[in-house]
Design a protein around this ligand. Structure first.
Ligand code: EPU
Length: 419
């Protein structure tokens, strides 16, 4: 049985929505806790499918996981058994690969299946492996399982050819117990990396420079427990802000860090969206003369690839031709075919697409191709004429806490059924 969302479009959104804790931070913090030798308490945990899978993986390793107050986790790695992670769960998401860095860092060896995640085209992990090898690990790949082992992990200088979020976090985790100093050059600068470094530092690690492209990690001998609160999800924030610009009369998005959204907010202003930015909130009021624009996805602080798909829906409502150039994941346009079924005029080419607007969207049956593409179809459904039925909604549930409940509270007509 799979969940399906049906949206009856044309009901303008009104009111306030609260953003949950960051998915991409949570799924890195959970494996990071295995580096500790005492319980770690994390608050602001979003209720999403990916978190449930990560907790399942902790339990496979014999970690105690306690759920408190609905949005907190207390993880005790005291009785952890470092056995190979080879269950189906590993393949359900990308972030399971953070157990590579964390378990290698603590136990000097790890066995793990290749991780999964959204199909956005090739997603190699060569940079992660090069980093682990540089620290002293030997890597073997046998029957779809990576085995990494090191006599000793030694700090070294690692230059990342691409500023990869995953490789930066994974190498940071593998290096916390290494002998001496590790330097990551051309590190990724995403806010999620700062949050992971903050957690590790509270546990006793010595990581400096997270959030810049030059990170140093001085190896230590012991990591203890701590309490940590997760940052708000900048991609969920961006999705709701874009949704507001597309489908709201007057909507306030609360619990956001506007600094994390600067490139998106300036793009929306360029498109003539009526947007007001507060300390930890953003308010969007309806404005119907949207202007077409060109966008290019980049690593942080550039425009995030994850908001590109929701943005493409807004661009279908703007007057004129807009171009999207995707520099991170060249195949992240699968949702465009579904939008065209709804009446959009989008031409997809390799690594880019052209959107001719404005188009009147009409509801029909569509399939969520991936997480953010699914969220884009939800936005399209909110403004389409009639009913839009979105299949394969489990993609969206991986990363958006209670999307149907949040939307219903804003006045949307949305129903969840199974098929
Ligand atoms: N890359 C390599 N080799 C590597 C690692 C990455 O060539 O070893 C390439 C990738 O193929 C890609 C680019 O480098 O073209 C950037 O990839 P990165 O490693 O930064 O991405 P990631 O860590 O796999 C995270 C998020 C993604 C988000 C990207 C980019 C998580 C769990 N995932 O992925 O989030 O799109 O960073 O910011 O944190 C999502 O939330 O929907 C999502 C896909």
């Amino acid at each position: 049985m799979k969940d399906v969302l049906t949206i009856t479009g044309g009901k303008p959104l009104k009111g306030k929505v609260r953003i949950s804790g960051s998915k991409n931070t949570t799924v890195a913090l959970i494996p990071a806790t295995v580096l500790a030798n005492e319980p770690v308490r994390i608050s602001g945990i979003p209720k999403i499918a990916d978190v449930a899978v990560m907790c399942q993986l902790l339990e496979e390793l014999n970690c105690e996981v306690e759920h408190v107050n609905g949005s907190e986790l207390i993880i005790n790695p005291d009785k952890l058994v470092n056995k190979p992670l080879i269950s189906e769960d590993v393949t359900k998401l990308r972030a399971s690969y953070y157990f590579m860095g964390a378990l290698l860092g603590k136990y000097k060896e790890v066995g793990i299946r290749m991780s999964g995640g959204c199909n956005l085209g090739p997603r190699p992990i060569d940079l992660h492996l090069k980093g682990f090898e540089a620290l002293g690990a030997k890597v073997e790949y046998i029957n779809d399982i990576y085995y990494l082992k090191a006599e000793e992990l030694r700090g070294t200088k690692i230059f990342l050819d691409i500023a990869s979020v995953g490789a930066t976090i994974n190498i940071m985790m593998a290096a916390v117990y290494a002998k001496g100093r590790t330097i990551i050059e051309n590190a990724a600068k995403e806010p999620e990396i700062i949050d992971v470094a903050n957690l590790l530092n509270k546990m006793g690690a010595k990581i400096r420079g997270a959030g810049t492209n030059y990170i140093t990690i001085d190896g230590i001998a012991y990591l203890g427990g701590c309490c940590h609160e997760i940052i708000p999800d900048r991609i969920e924030s961006g999705t709701y802000i874009i949704m507001a610009a597309t489908a709201a009369e007057d909507m306030t998005i609360e619990n956001v860090i506007p600094l994390h959204l600067e490139s998106l907010i300036s793009k929306l202003k360029e498109m003539n969206v009526n947007i007001e930015v507060g300390n930890d909130w953003v308010r969007v009021k309806s404005d119907h003369d949207l202007v077409a624009t060109d966008i290019m996805t980049l690593t942080y602080p550039g425009l995030a690839t994850d908001v590109q798909q929701p943005l493409s829906v807004l661009l279908t409502q703007a007057e004129g031709k807009s171009q999207i150039v995707e520099t991170i994941y060249k195949e992240r346009f699968k949702h465009c075919h579904e939008l065209n079924k709804m009446g959009a005029d989008i031409e997809v080419m390799t690594g880019q697409c052209q959107i001719n607007g404005p188009s009147k969207l009409v509801g029909c049956d569509v399939i969520a191709p991936d997480l953010r593409g699914g969220a884009a179809l939800v936005i399209a459904g909110l403004i389409a004429k009639g009913k839009t039925t979105i299949h394969e909604i489990y993609h969206v549930d991986r990363g958006y806490e209670g999307i149907d409940e949040k939307l219903r509270a804003l006045g949307a007509e949305i129903e969840r059924t199974t098929e």
